[in-house]
Design a protein around this ligand. Structure first.
Ligand code: AMP
Ligand code: MG
Length: 349
């Protein structure tokens, strides 16, 4: 079994004093693991107070524990899944998220579907990054997939407003056995939370934070040069294809078949599931990178665009005013016009 490797406990905090242009900025660099993935922070601050880096990890962890996780009993998603089949009240933030997800499901002709939980559990995608012995893994059978698919379908999620004496709460109804899975958007949503957190800290002048396949840029660098966000070469993931030159507050997410996969009998199965078949999606896309002001959108759209393929995927990205960069299985690069102006291809890749 091949899997991504996350070092168990990496803790690296560097404080460098940068002097230049008459002003002083400290740079904080930190690498941790949160939300089951590597979190790399580079934060420019005007004081030596480095609490911001741990606040960022706390924010990501809180979002997972209280809100998004399918596996942790403390989360809202866990509770919704446990009580599928009955009508349940949801918080305002959950209502907004569910509505936005349903909108992307519609816009992507069902390629994006957060109700794929039963199929994702069947493939044991969560374990692919941890199990190292292929012998322990057996593929789901066609019959198992057929049955799991019967418990999926965003069209059967119903959100209704419900009025109490003091407030309007939304209620969610989904069929018994449904399992919501927020894996396609969780890291992007976390970036939105982090952008808000950074904006509340006046001592932060600039930052870049990467969370698995999603990266944010915030503010500016002390020397005024653009942020550089590397794009992995999906045909040779140890190398970079190039980088994006970005200024300001932006989010970049990449979905690709190299990110999480399992090999069985010489065949590779990846983690982006086609809701129509229950099997890993097959399009002309090897990886797709989406740039947006919204982390949620960059992440959700990257998953949807992977499944839709270059043509329909590009249409979807443009519909959401996002920029897109597709790499096909043959290594061809296709970009939206805005992306062309900010992508710099490496000479050697
Ligand atoms: P990403 O790496 O952002 O493309 O997200 C992939 C993750 O989203 C998978 O690990 C699953 O948890 C979940 N997922 C897989 N296929 C889909 C899909 N078609 N729609 C929504 N979520 C999906
Ligand atoms: Mg995604």
């Amino acid at each position: 079994m091949k899997s991504r490797f996350y070092p168990k406990c990496i803790y690296l905090l560097t404080i460098l004093l940068l002097t230049g242009c008459g002003s002083q900025a400290h740079v904080l660099r930190k690498t941790d693991v949160a939300m089951g993935t590597l979190v790399q922070q580079t934060i420019y601050v005007s004081t030596e107070d480095n609490k911001i880096t741990s606040d960022i990890i706390d924010e990501i962890t809180k979002l997972e524990q209280d809100f998004l996780s399918r596996r942790l009993e403390t989360s809202q998603v866990y509770a919704l899944n446990q009580n599928s089949g009955s009508i349940q009240e949801v918080t305002g933030e959950m209502e907004t998220l569910l509505r936005e997800c349903l909108e992307i499901s519609e816009a992507s002709d069902g390629a994006f579907d957060i109700t794929l939980g039963p199929v994702i559990q069947l493939w044991k995608i969560d374990e692919w990054a941890g199990v190292n012995d292929t012998a322990e893994y057996s593929l789901p059978t066609a019959e198992e997939i057929r049955q799991a698919l019967q418990l999926t379908g965003y069209e059967r999620l119903e959100l209704k407003a419900s009025q109490t004496e003091t407030q309007t709460m939304a209620k969610l109804q989904m069929p018994e056995g449904y399992v919501l899975d927020m894996g396609a958007l969780g890291k992007g949503l976390a970036l939105d939370h982090l952008l808000e957190l950074l904006a509340q800290r006046s001592q932060v002048s600039g930052a870049t934070i990467s969370l698995g396949g999603s990266v944010l840029t915030y503010g500016s660098k002390p020397d005024g040069t653009p942020w550089r966000v590397g794009i992995v070469n999906p045909l040779d993931p140890q190398k970079q294809l190039g980088y994006l030159k970005l200024t300001g507050n932006l989010c970049v997410s990449t979905s690709g078949d190299y990110e999480r996969f399992v090999e069985v009998d010489g065949r590779t199965y990846h983690h982006i599931i086609d809701p129509a078949t229950g099997y890993p999606g097959e399009s002309d896309v090897k990886s797709v990178t989406i740039l947006s002001e919204s982390g949620f959108l960059s992440d959700a759209l990257s998953t949807a665009c992977y499944l839709l393929g270059t043509e329909k995927g590009m249409e979807l990205a443009l519909e959401y005013e996002a920029e897109a960069l597709f790499v096909t299985h043959t290594g061809e690069i296709l970009m939206s016009s805005g992306m062309e102006t900010i992508f710099k291809q490496n000479e050697t890749r």
